[in-house]
Structures are given as C-alpha cells and as structure tokens.
Write a protein that binds this ligand. Sequence first.
Ligand code: E4P
Length: 217
Amino acid sequence: MKFFIDTANLEQIKEAQDMGILDGVTTNPSLMAKEGITGTDNIMKHYVNICKLVDGDVSAEVIATDFDGMVREGEALAELHDQIVVKLPMIKDGIKACKYFSDKGVKTNMTLVFSAGQALLAAKAGATYVSPFIGRLDDISTDGLNLIAEIRMIYDNYEFETEILAASVRHTMHVIDCAKLGADVMTGPLSSITGLLNHPLTDIGLEKFLADFKKGN
Ligand code: E4P
C-alpha cells in the first residue's frame, strides 16, 4: 500500500519523507489556502517545492470546470515537474479531460468521488488514480469503507489498472481498514501516518529494556 500525505505544508511533508515511508503527496485548493498560498504563480511555485521534497507523485488540482480550461491548466501543471499528477473533478468535463490526458500519457487523479459508478467512469477514462473520499462519506453517516470495498470488487472484476487512492482519510483506523480492503494508496494527514507508530506496550517494553540495560552497565 502506498502512503501519500494530504497536505501542502512543507514541514509536514518533509517529516513524512524523512521517515522513509512516503510515496507521494495530494493537495487541493483548500489545503493550499490553509498554508496561505494564494495566486496562480505562488501556487505553481509551491507545487515545484513539494516535488523537490518528495520522490513520488504529487497531485495538483485544476480550478477550471470546463474541458478546455481543465486541459489548459492541466497541461501547465504537468509541465511544472515530471512528478505532477493532474487532479480533475468528478464531473462530465473532468472525465473528458481525464481521457484526454490518459491518451497523452499524463498521470491523472479523479477527485471528489463518492460512488462506485463514478469510480467506474474514472477507470473507463483511464485515470491513474481514483480518489473516493471516505471521511466525508462517514461525515454524512454513509459507510466510506464500503465504497472502497465496492470499487475494489469492480476494478478486480475487470482488471482495471486505475489505482484506488483512499482519500479524506482522517485517522489510523481508516488507514488500517483501507489496507485490509486492498486500497492501493491512502492519503491522509501526518497524524494518520505517525499515529500508526503508537502502542503503549512498545513504550513500556522499551522503557524496561533501557532500564535493564542501565542496571547491568
Ligand atoms: C484528496 O485528495 C483530498 O485532498 C482530501 O483527502 C480531502 O480530505 P478532507 O475530507 O479531509 O478535506
């Protein structure tokens, strides 16, 4: 399972990268705004800075909602760096743009996916990644993990190569459950990654080992 971090915060990206377990980054306009990155030029520069920090794919989202605009923005994003994945919204023109970029060999990530039908369309359009937002489904009392299971079954039935990128991951149990269900990738906040480290028995055990070592030395 690949681990992506869902942030535009360079310190957090660096922290995850330094652990040696990071496979990529996802961003969105809200995450950019949260870091105070505004204006197209600054946003473009920030994408390049992120690419310099990590080895893997970096999803960069278009703002346009029409086909021509998405193609124009997507091409500009893809030219920034070879790690850039063009992130497109799950609407009709987004699917059309996804097919356009797939045919050209440009990586894509279909975002704002909330149903198995949408994920099926993304795979048909040749998306590199499909991003079902599990946390936002949970927020409205709908089982986000069930969507991951449905998409896994559909993709396996037809051997679609589109990778299931479980998005809107909120906590460590989401990560573990997505891994059990066979999601190819998860993207979440730094806490959903570092939280996997925690176990009280590890802390207690380590404390005892160190104390016993000190006794004998
Ligand atoms: C995915 O690519 C999105 O950036 C993200 O996972 C959305 O998560 P949120 O629901 O926590 O905003």
